[in-house]
Ligand binder design. Structure first.
Ligand code: 0O2
Length: 236
């Protein structure tokens, strides 16, 4: 009896070590991508004098949440099967100011040599039936460990502030009503999603106008005045 208990504890310790190592690789993959996102953010700010990223959040799924998904998807509860079937163990959410920034950022990430795009789902061009909008990418990044290189999948969701606001409210409602959302609320949520899309478009157009105005003002500011033959000549 005592020998059996000791074996079980040893097995559990081995399992715990394997699980920690498994989740660690996802944390490292997420760290790698976060560094890439941070570099793009800083470089973009420097070159274009504006920041396309409002904020970034990242998380590793808890073992409990992974097991729930294993159950929901009806997949084998082993680490290789989890790695194969659950691609959002590591997740990064990037909130941008404008829709065009979402696509710029997604392209900049996907164009990096060491990143492989595993999945691309555009819920902005084709929103989900409930109104959900966001750009979803599953990106694979290599993680260099002490004894091996592991390719790790990270789910990246990119959306505007409006889309993010909508999704977090919808998530709360979904949990509050335990998946049985009354029809009138569903309709209102869908209408709100349309309003978000219209507002995003309006803000993007306004921003373009502001940029055009700034551009023409800068041209005047950047003029260099030269004095030639007692006449002032302006050069851009
Ligand atoms: P959590 O707790 O946010 O991680 P998958 O279910 O991931 O295996 P699928 O169907 O390809 O496969 O996923 P999809 O469509 O890319 O969506 C995955 C994630 O997007 C979800 O993760 C949510 O975070 C978010 N999402 C998708 N649809 C909705 C929606 O209608 N409303 C809201 N608020 N969020 C959504 P999880 O695992 O469901 O949950």
């Amino acid at each position: 009896m005592e020998i059996q208990a000791a074996v079980d504890i040893n097995q559990l310790k081995v399992l715990e070590k394997q699980l920690t190592r498994f989740l660690m690789s996802y944390k490292f993959g997420m760290d790698e991508l976060n560094t890439k996102i941070n570099i793009l953010k800083q470089e973009f700010q420097y070159i274009h004098e504006y920041n396309p990223i409002e904020h970034v959040k990242s998380r590793i799924k808890t073992p409990e949440s992974i097991l729930k998904k294993v159950h929901r998807k009806g997949i084998e509860a082993s680490l290789p099967s989890i790695r194969e079937n659950i691609k959002d163990i590591a997740g990064i959410r990037i909130v941008c100011s404008f829709v065009s920034d979402i696509y710029k950022l997604s392209e900049m990430l996907q164009n990096q040599k060491d990143i492989r795009t595993i999945k691309y789902k555009d819920y902005i061009k084709t929103p989900k039936p409930n109104g959900y909008q966001s750009l979803h990418l599953i990106l694979e990044v290599p993680v260099f460990m002490s004894d091996r290189v592991e390719d790790v999948c990270v789910e990246v969701q990119i959306r505007t502030m409006g889309m993010d606001f909508w999704a977090s409210l919808e998530h709360k409602i979904y949990y509050k009503y335990n998946e049985e959302i009354p029809q009138n609320l569903k309709d209102e949520l869908k209408e709100a999603a349309l309003t978000v899309a219209q507002l995003d478009e309006k803000m993007e157009n306004l921003n373009k106008e502001i940029n055009t105005f700034k551009g023409s003002n800068n041209t005047e500011k950047n003029l260099i005045n030269l004095l030639m033959h007692n006449q002032t000549v302006s050069l851009p």
